[in-house]
Design a protein around this ligand. Structure first.
Ligand SMILES: Cc1cc2nc3c(=O)[nH]c(=O)nc-3n(C[C@H](O)[C@H](O)[C@H](O)COP(=O)(O)OP(=O)(O)OC[C@H]3O[C@@H](n4cnc5c(N)ncnc54)[C@H](O)[C@@H]3O)c2cc1C
Ligand code: SF4
Length: 449
């Protein structure tokens, strides 16, 4: 009798498992198919950064990559194979590659339709100019974790090179680092660890792009591994920008790092086997130069009359500084949508117009699209699609809204039109810049992500 019960329980268990598998297949696949159709319909099929290329012949559909991806719904399974369901939402974490048990994922950058230009770097982030390194986002990979890792790896390599090539001529420094964001901070710590004579030049304040995130922005980051400090973890990998900056500042003070703030790097010359780094007031000689400038240093301008007026800004730190104002936000990406959303909080009393060149906000993540459309429906935010800025004067901004000219009274304008990368300058130094058309970053990603 007992044996009979067990048999029945066993059958029920197997039947339940089968049902679960069937439901997961049916509804999981249905969701993936719907999401994929949406991506195609909204023309959101080109990834903007590093992304996975799935080798279908090696993928056996274990779904580990789908579950490990920190961006919800970016990857899915279709017919037992992994696919990129929302390609333009991929931000390049690269964890899918690490988790895949069958090496079925390669990380690539750019696509045939959306090639991306990046400097040609060795796996150790050295350019084709000996001793000149590029680390962090300027090298083509976004995210804090990648930047931190690259800063450290570049210095480890530079130290080994200096030693093996027996480079012992006299310069002011062994290493000059340009930029004190995540990659520059990590490079600076690595220099201290390797007992190199270094200097880090920062045109603004320590912290890089993080310092300019909106107040209390939630940052997603994996545990960060710094030289000297070791692993720096945050609760559930989610943290406010203020906490990151506070912890990094504590390290900076404790280690007494040689970072000069408000020191802008202007240019660089290669003289024989060393570099001369020029700032507006002083020049420094160095054996190794590490460019950790990120991509946000030079915001892209609109190029319209009146853009030099003081009411125009290219970043928003705290929306609470603006109350009862007429504000125009220009741009169609996440930064513009987030700025428009925070400025249009009803308690601030602002009248906010978001001006977007396209007929949609599809460049934004889903959260930002949802918030913008909810606010627009509630009348808290006006969105003008297919509109471009024609000119600006003291009290108004003139827009071309799909052929119709409109003048809007306004006090402040925030422009989020991307940024200019310093590629012409790098090319002038002889640095090769290559166009990536879905080109694998195999070697680089092995050490970088
Ligand atoms: C709004 C926003 C939200 C983001 N959210 C996240 C997130 O949640 N998680 C995540 O991992 N990543 C996030 N990122 C991306 C992340 O911030 C970047 O990938 C990272 O900061 C890149 O580090 P970096 O060191 O290469 O450059 P940056 O952080 O840009 O630092 C470069 C530094 O160089 C300095 N510099 C530039 N030019 C000069 C010059 N001529 N002379 C001297 N100094 C100079 C700059 O002032 C800056 O301090 C976000 C980015 C943005 C814009
Ligand atoms: S982890 Fe690898 S094998 Fe598993 S589904 Fe993803 S790509 Fe395929």
């Amino acid at each position: 009798m007992i044996g009979g019960n067990l048999d029945i329980l066993g059958y029920v268990f197997i039947a339940l498992l089968g049902l679960l598998f069937f439901l997961r297949e049916k509804y999981g696949r249905k969701k993936t198919e719907t999401d994929l159709k949406n991506s195609i319909k909204k023309k959101q099929v080109e990834p903007y950064t590093l992304h996975p290329l799935i080798k279908t012949e090696l993928c056996f559909g274990c779904a580990a990559c789908v579950m490990e991806c920190p961006e919800e719904g970016v990857m899915g399974l279709l017919s037992g194979k992994a696919i990129l369901v929302k390609p333009n939402k991929c931000v390049g974490h690269g964890v899918c590659k690490d988790i895949c048990p069958n090496e079925a994922i390669e990380l690539v950058i750019g696509t045939k339709n959306l090639p991306i230009e990046i400097p040609n770097l060795t796996p150790h982030f050295e350019t084709n100019v000996d001793g000149l390194y590029i680390v962090g986002e300027l090298g083509g990979m976004g995210l804090i974790r990648n930047a931190v890792k690259q800063g450290m790896l570049a210095i480890e390599h530079a130290k080994a090179q200096l030693k093996s090539r027996n480079i012992d001529f006299v310069t002011d420094h062994d290493v000059v680092i340009v930029g004190a964001g995540p990659s520059g901070f990590s490079a600076t710590l690595a220099c201290k660890k390797e007992e190199l004579n270094y200097l880090c030049l920062e045109q603004e304040e320590f912290g890089g792009a993080i310092r300019h995130y909106p107040r209390q922005k939630i940052v997603m980051s994996f545990p960060l591994e710094f030289p000297i400090v070791g692993k720096m973890t945050f609760r559930k990998n989610i943290v406010e920008k203020e906490e990151i900056l506070e912890r990094w500042n504590q390290v900076r003070e404790k280690e007494n790092l040689n970072i000069l703030e408000n020191h802008r790097f202007d240019s660089l010359e290669k003289k024989g086997n060393h570099f001369i780094i020029h700032t507006p007031n002083k020049s420094y000689t160095t054996k190794v130069a590490v460019i950790a400038m990120g991509v946000g240093g030079t915001p892209r301008k609109l190029g319209v009359e009146g853009e030099n007026l003081e009411k125009i800004s290219y970043r928003l730190i705290d929306a609470k500084n603006y109350t009862n104002q007429n504000i125009v936000v220009v741009g169609g990406g996440n930064s513009a949508a987030e700025a428009a959303a925070s400025l249009s909080q009803p308690e601030l009393g602002n009248k906010v117009v978001l001006v977007c060149r396209k007929d949609n906000l599809n460049k934004c993540n889903e959260t930002n699209i949802d918030i913008a459309s909810r606010k627009s429906k509630a009348g808290d935010l006006e969105i003008k699609y297919e509109s471009i800025v024609e000119s600006i004067d003291e009290d108004t901004i003139t827009l071309n809204c799909d052929g119709t000219i409109e003048k809007i009274e306004n006090h402040f304008i925030f422009v989020f039109a991307g940024s200019e990368k310093p590629f012409p300058f790098l090319r002038s130094l002889g640095v090769e810049i290559e166009k990536m058309y879905g080109t694998p970053l195999k070697e680089k990603s092995d050490v970088a992500v």
